[in-house]
Each structure stands twice: as structure tokens, then as C-alpha cells.
Design a binder for this molecule. Structure first.
Ligand code: DGT
Ligand code: CA
Ligand code: CA
Ligand code: ZN
Length: 578
């Protein structure tokens, strides 16, 4: 699968063209990169089947891009890219995880200080050289050092949404290996943590050697790190490690439990076994006489020890073991309970497809309704809609609602929250939307108390239904604004404002812990994919996973209401808020 590699090349070409002050190519390449990154079909397959023509049939891929892809598939290189890199020999890879340092800054740093990679930059910033450059200053220098520290913290971890399609494909491939009985990815992947350190695959098989051979020869394996009869470890082409363990079927449940973790959860569980005079490990649960009393299934491991089985998402040793012992586990929201997607963009602002195409794609994924939430306000780079455009979109939505059966499109928008907490669109317009999301897209660096006040003022506006990506963090890139979250939760509860679980792979904002706190405050939550293309609509599952990790119940998530119910709910909340 070359998709991710090509996406990376395109995204770096966008940066290199930005350095050259090219007007149009940066956006075109960045858009193509994002599209390819979230595509499920394999570009190499498409090319091999139907050539450049087939590639051009992908929406958003023109002739030039298609030819680049062809060149890459054939030679592993793109000449234009190599040429661009010669003019600016900067290790863009090393900067990809450092937020807030754009291409123009990189070029200035390279030209003036010879900075080529992160460690050069860190050295220059620590020596106080960066602040002396025109347009940089002390504050920028400090932010650069903070970004570098943040990226270190995350080094070697991969986004769940990024790894997920790859793991699913490996599971499917391995299931067809000779003699395989059971196969499942465990570890943080099964617990659906927002980032994954390495992939832990577990199998039971009649012949472990055959599946091992199959595993180490998968096409996306770049290098074999260790190879044994029951355990092997490889490095995949995207840079993450994956290991495979093979156990006998009678131990599969025990191994599943053990390798799903988390480590802290396992340690607590083992203490319970020890108290009973038993032993618990990846081979099973054993009594005093070392007889296996459970191990074939995960359920029986928990049951024998007196616990109810719980979803992997809950296994972080955050109180779930006590509740399972007392048979008082909460019934968390199921994936099927969530029937709509409450944030997405179309060509009316910065999305790749029109309203109808997004609606049809969402319907195909089983959603019962959606909210179209294009940008309104100041965000000119994101193509914020003006009033005329809004009215045109409403007319189109009315028409589509008559046309598309068993489906509904809500009229929504994502409105900018101004630095003073007011909304960047007049009230009389806000009132006419079915659903209004308020978001912070500018002035990120306010003090904690100012930022908290800003968000609370937005929540006090009864026309704002949902605060989107409430903390503003971007995994691996930005740590989020300074906020007093307890104050925010209290205000959300008081004003009956819904807080979003933004389901975009690098946002997942609110995160699991904040979700749990919000619920304890009685705050309602919404799920939105924030899709900018129809290929991203499947990300809803990532948000649901985080909701489950935050122990959300069906009643906590407004996306479990029907379209009629949610409209009534939103009207009612506006009436009750002063
Ligand atoms: P990751 O890979 O950093 O995203 O996180 P995990 O949870 O996948 O951790 P990993 O890959 O180191 O180990 C996989 C599972 O194996 C882990 O969730 C629980 C189990 N495990 C690992 N080390 C220990 C340990 O020292 N004690 C116990 N009881 N279990 C462990
Ligand atoms: Ca792992
Ligand atoms: Ca591991
Ligand atoms: Zn947008």
C-alpha cells in the first residue's frame, strides 16, 4: 500500500512550493495529500488495473497528480519532488510532528541559520538565535521549544485512525493463512487508545510455523526484527512495529485478556487471582494444583474470578475492576446506537464534495441523518460562507430533503467564536439554523482565565448549541488552549450547551478523560467527524470509541436521538436557556 507514502510526498511538495511562493500548487498538493491519506482503495492497485486514466477517475486527482502517482509506483520517486528538495535541503520529515512551524518559517530558519532538522532548530532556539530573526521574536522562540518538547513526548506513537485500516487489513489477511483458528489485534489497539505504540496480534493456529511465515512475508513488512515459532516481531512500512503471538486454542481467551491489557488493569486482576490462591497469566487461570480452570475464552477468565466481562475500552484501571466485582458496570454506548454525524463540510466552505454527495455517502454508511456544518464567520482561508451562500445552501438542503428517502439533512454551521466570546455571525441568522456549532479557530494563545471566559461567553449565547473541538488540541501538534476545564464543564451544564467529541483522527477532542468528567457534570455530548471529504465519514467510529473509553452511555450522546427528537431537544434547550 503506497497511499500513505505518496500522501506524505504530496504534502511535502505542498510545503516546498509554499517556500517558493507558488500561489496555487500548495493548496492543490495538500488537498490531494489529504484525500489520498483517507482513501480506502489502494492507488497501486488502481494504477495496475486501469493506469493513469483510472487514477484520474478518483475525484480530486487530476492529470498532473495521476502522473506523479504513476511515476512513484514505477520508480519509487517523483522527479519534481527531488528537484524541489535540492533547492531547500530541509529534513521535512523531522519537522512533520512539530506544530506551529510552517514552511515559510522553515525556509527563513534554513537561509539565516542553516537549520535543516529538529536538533538544529532546538540548538538555535536554545542559543537565543531564533528570536533575533526578523518576524520571529521571543514568544515564537519559546513556542518552538514547546512544540519540540511535545513532539518528543509523542515520538513513536501513531494515531489510531491512521493505524486502524492497516490493522484491519492485516487481520483479514492473516485470517486466510493456512491453519489459522482465531486472530485478533489486542493491546492498545483493541482498547482503542487515541494513539498506538505497537500492534499486538494474537492468533491460535494448528500450525504456528505456517502463520509465522505468512506474517513475516506480508507485503507491508519492511523488516523482520525477530522471528520465532510462537512469537515474531516486524517493522511495517509506515514505521510502526507489529508482533504476532501464536497460542494454543485452549489459551486463546487468557492470552487475549493478557495482551489486551492495559498493564495496570492486568496487575489489579492478577492481585485478585493471587488472593484466591490462583495464578493468572497469558496461558490461563490456574488453581492451587496448577490445573487450568479458565482460558479458552476471555469471558470465563473474568467470570471465574467473580467479575463481569467488560469492553476493552474500559480496561485502564480507572475503577472498572471494582464495578465489575460489584456487578455494577455501566452500560456504555454501542457503536450501533449512534445514528448520525453532526459535523461535516462541503464545497460551500472547505470540503471536497457537495451536500448531496456527502449525504449519499453518509447514508451508505448507515447514518440516519447528518448535519451539514460549513464554516461561517472570519475563516476566509476555510472559505467561510457569506449570507447569500448560506441561503443558497438552505435551498439546496430543502430540495435534497424532499428527494432523498429515509434520510434527513439538518441545516447547520460551524461559527467562529471571536476573541471576546461573541459569535462571528448575526443572531438573526444563527437562529435560522437547525444546529449551530461554535468553534475557536483564531487567537489560540490567550491566558487561561481569558480563554475560559471566552468559551463561557459563547456557551451563554443560547443560539450556540454545541462547542466544537472544545480544547483545541491536535494530537502530536498542539496541546490545546489554556482552559479551566472544570469551569467549562460547569458552564456547559448550566447553559445546557453540548460539548463535541470531534472524531477527526488527530483531534479526538474531547478526549476520553474529559468525556468522563463532562458526563459526571451532567453535560451532553455530540459526535461529529468534521469530515472535509466523504472518505472521512467513517471516522465516526473513532469518536464513539473515545466516548466508550469515557464510559458514555447512550443517554449521554445526542447522536443517539432520532432527527425529530434532536430538533425538539435543541429547540427546547434554546427556550430554557437565558
Ligand atoms: P502501546 O503499545 O504502548 O500503545 O500500549 P499497549 O497497551 O499495547 O502495551 P504493550 O504493547 O506494551 O503491551 C501489550 C499488552 O501486554 C498490554 O496492554 C498488557 C500486556 N502487558 C505488557 N507488559 C505487561 C506487564 O508487565 N504485566 C502485565 N500484567 N501485562 C503486561
Ligand atoms: Ca501495543
Ligand atoms: Ca507490544
Ligand atoms: Zn473546515
Amino acid at each position: 500500500m503506497l497511499n500513505l507514502k505518496i500522501a506524505k510526498v504530496f504534502s511535502q511538495m505542498a510545503e516546498l512550493y509554499t517556500m517558493k511562493d507558488d500561489r496555487f500548487r500548495p493548496r492543490a498538493y495538500e488537498k490531494a495529500a489529504r484525500l489520498i491519506e483517507s482513501m480506502e482503495d489502494d492507488l497501486e492497485d488502481i494504477y495496475k488495473k486501469s493506469g493513469v486514466k483510472g487514477l484520474m477517475e478518483i475525484e480530486g486527482i487530476g492529470k498532473g497528480m495521476a502522473e506523479h502517482i504513476e511515476e512513484y509506483v514505477k520508480t519509487g520517486k517523483i522527479k519534481n519532488f527531488e528537484k524541489l528538495k535540492k533547492d531547500a535541503p530541509i529534513d521535512l520529515d523531522s519537522f512533520s510532528s512539530v506544530g506551529g512551524v510552517g514552511p515559510k518559517m522553515l525556509l527563513a530558519l534554513y537561509k539565516n541559520l542553516g537549520v535543516k532538522n529538529i536538533s538544529d532548530l532546538e540548538k538555535a532556539a536554545r542559543a537565543g538565535k531564533v528570536r533575533r530573526l526578523p518576524r520571529f521574536g521571543q514568544k515564537t522562540e519559546k513556542n518552538i521549544l514547546r512544540s519540540i518538547a511535545l513532539s518528543r513526548e509523542h515520538r513513536g506513537r501513531f494515531l489510531l485512525g491512521f493505524v486502524s485500516p492497516i490493522v484491519s487489513k492485516m487481520e483479514k489477511d492473516l485470517a486466510s493463512a493456512p491453519g489459522v483458528q482465531k486472530i485478533l489485534a489486542c493491546g492498545s489497539f483493541r482498547r482503542r487508545r487515541e494513539t498506538i505504540g505497537d500492534i499486538d496480534i494474537l492468533a491460535s493456529a494448528r500450525d504456528s510455523r505456517a502463520i509465522m511465515e505468512y506474517f513475516v512475508s506480508l507485503p507491508n513488512v519492511e523488516k523482520i526484527i525477530a522471528r520465532g515459532e510462537t512469537k515474531s516481531m516486524v517493522r511495517l512500512d509506515i514505521g510502526i512495529d507489529a508482533d504476532l503471538r501464536v497460542v494454543p486454542e485452549k489459551s486463546f481467551g487468557a492470552a487475549l485478556q493478557y495482551f489486551t491489557g492495559s498493564k495496570d488493569h492486568n496487575i489489579e486482576l492478577r492481585k485478585i487471582a493471587i488472593k484466591k490462591g490462583w495464578k493468572l497469566n497469558e496461558y490461563g487461570l490456574f488453581d492451587k494444583n496448577n490445573r487450568q480452570i479458565a482460558g479458552r475464552t476471555e469471558e470465563e477468565i473474568y467470570k471465574k474470578m467473580g467479575l463481569d466481562w467488560m469492553s476493552p475500552e474500559m480496561r485502564e484501571n480507572r475503577g472498572e475492576i471494582e464495578l465489575a466485582l460489584a456487578h455494577k458496570l455501566p452500560k456504555i454506548v454501542e457503536y450501533e446506537d449512534v445514528i448520525c454525524d453532526l459535523q461535516m463540510h462541503t464545497t460551500y466552505s472547505d470540503g471536497a464534495q457537495g451536500v448531496e454527495e456527502m449525504a449519499e455517502a453518509a447514508k451508505k454508511l448507515g447514518r440516519k441523518y447528518i448535519a451539514i456544518t460549513d464554516h461561517v464567520g472570519h475563516l476566509k482561508i476555510a472559505g467561510a460562507m457569506d449570507v447569500k451562500t448560506i441561503e443558497r445552501q438552505w435551498r439546496e438542503i430543502d430540495g435534497l430533503n424532499r428527494k432523498i428517502r429515509n434520510f434527513r439533512i439538518l441545516k447547520g454551521c460551524e461559527a467562529d467564536i471571536n476573541p471576546d466570546g461573541t459569535i462571528a455571525l448575526e443572531d438573526k441568522y444563527l437562529l435560522k439554523f437547525d444546529i449551530v456549532l461554535g468553534s475557536i479557530h483564531s487567537n489560540f494563545k490567550m491566558s487561561r482565565s481569558e480563554m475560559t471566559k471566552r468559551l463561557i461567553r459563547a456557551m451563554e449565547n443560547p443560539r450556540v448549541d454545541i462547542i466544537s473541538h472544545p480544547t483545541g488540541r491536535v494530537i502530536h501538534k498542539r496541546s490545546g488552549y489554556e482552559l479551566d476545564m472544570e469551569e467549562i464543564f460547569r458552564a456547559a451544564a448550566r447553559t445546557k450547551t453540548i460539548l463535541e467529541i470531534n472524531s477527526y483522527p488527530d483531534r479526538l477532542d474531547l478526549n476520553d478523560l474529559n468525556i468522563r468528567r463532562a458526563i459526571e457534570h451532567g453535560v451532553k455530548l455530540s459526535l461529529g467527524t468534521d469530515s472535509h471529504s466523504k472518505n472521512q465519514l467513517h471516522n465516526l467510529d473513532l469518536g464513539i470509541a473515545q466516548a466508550r473509553r469515557g464510559w458514555a452511555k447512550k443517554g449521554d450522546i445526542v447522536n443517539c436521538l432520532t432527527a425529530d427528537q434532536i430538533v425538539a431537544f435543541l429547540e427546547n434547550r434554546k427556550r430554557n436557556v437565558k
